[in-house]
Design a protein around this ligand. Structure first.
Ligand code: FES
Length: 287
């Protein structure tokens, strides 16, 4: 069943790819001028994507509205639907901030997801409009429209789930890393001032930077979507990812600018006996 749905979603690429790319262009321009807003919508302040939390509002409100409609509690059902519409608008804003950084298959999935949600929002807005007329004759149509909107939200949520769980969009790239306090030998001997150096600590790639006598290191794979931080730039004590511009403090890996919302694992560096550089992971930031 799931494979069939997956094929159905992938089969929308013919229209979803150009639509997604067109949306990406104007959204990039908009968010390029309003970066702090994008950070807020992504969830940099929360340390977690905001979108999945906000989407629970319309799902719950539409469910409540359907039950209230069936119970004949019209005023309460109308309030629930208005709440759902507000939640859908907030979901659209947070989803757009996340989707603007998606390319290829995830972008197609995001466009299909957003299109279904847009159709659901339209049905819910029409339902609200008909409810506002207080017409007895139009009430059944209004209820049918909000139920259609609810069904659409459920279908759109499935596609959104596929985007996250199937394609790993906005998933922390270090989620499967096991933290150990063990020192590991690096395969580089020195880090010149002013350049980012890639090194391996066992199977983990690190990016190293020198500031005077101190060498600092972070995981080289960006927490957002796996970009190579060693190909990035250093500014104001932060390394900036070359893919979507997330910034992490070199001192402790704290995320300073999105779209990444998770901190970057940070490493301690020492020079061991014999002159070799060694690294061990620092504990995660707790505050
Ligand atoms: S991969 Fe997206 S900001 Fe690094």
């Amino acid at each position: 069943m799931h494979r069939r749905i997956e094929r159905l979603i992938d089969g929308q690429a013919g229209w979803a790819r150009p639509v997604g790319e067109w949306n990406q262009r104007w959204l990039m321009e908009f968010f390029g001028r309003t970066r702090p807003l994008k950070d807020m919508l992504n969830g940099v302040w929360l340390g977690h994507p905001v979108h999945p939390a906000v989407t629970d509002v319309p799902v719950g409100a539409l469910m409540a509205g359907a039950v209230l409609d069936m119970a004949g509690l019209e005023r309460a059902a109308d309030i629930a639907l208005a709440t759902a519409v507000a939640g859908m608008a907030a979901s659209a804003a947070t989803g757009a901030a996340d989707a603007v950084d998606a390319y290829g298959r995830p972008q197609v999935q995001a466009t299909v997801h957003a299109s279904i949600m847009g159709a659901s929002l339209t049905a819910c807005l029409l339902s609200l409009g008909l409810r506002a007329t207080k017409s007895r004759a139009l009430r059944p149509i209004a209820v049918a429209l909000s139920l259609a909107g609810y069904a659409g939200v459920a279908a759109g949520a499935y596609v959104g789930g596929e985007l996250t769980y199937g394609s790993g969009n906005m998933v922390d790239r270090h989620a499967w890393e096991t933290r150990t306090a063990k020192w590991r030998a690096l395969d580089v001997d020195d880090v010149p001032e002013g350049v980012l150096v890639r090194a391996n600590a066992g199977s983990t790639a690190l990016v190293l930077s020198r500031s005077g006598d101190e060498i600092v290191a972070l995981d080289a794979t960006c927490a957002h979507a796996g970009g190579p931080l060693d190909g990035g730039t250093v500014e104001d004590g932060c390394v900036e990812c070359p893919w979507h511009g997330s910034r992490f403090a070199l001192a402790d890996g704290r995320v300073v600018r999105g779209p990444a919302v998770y901190d970057q694992p940070a490493w301690e560096i020492r020079r061991a006996d014999g002159g070799r550089l060694e690294a061990r992971q620092k504990p995660p930031i707790v505050a």
